[in-house]
Write a protein that binds this ligand. Sequence first.
Ligand SMILES: [Zn+2]
Length: 95
Amino acid sequence: MTGWMIIPPSDEKCPICAVEHHVDNPHDATTFYYRVLFKNQHGREATWNDAMLHCPEEIREDWTERLTKVGIDVNSPQVFGDIKSQEELDQRLAT
Ligand SMILES: [Zn+2]
């Protein structure tokens, strides 16, 4: 084993996080692809703040607000916070 084998994402997907998203929106900090790539490049775990660095300020503020609302710290590498399931996330978003 010499290291992670990473297959590059297809053309329509973001080359950084392997998810389809608008260029102004954050990378998906939860994808395996993003996390491995980031760690290789920066030598530490990625946070939501890292995934949002390229975004316009109002989008960053909006995402920070929404992530904070569901209990996720944008400066923490725990990109799911303490959320353990999709149901739990949906519940928090609904309240
Ligand atoms: Zn991306």
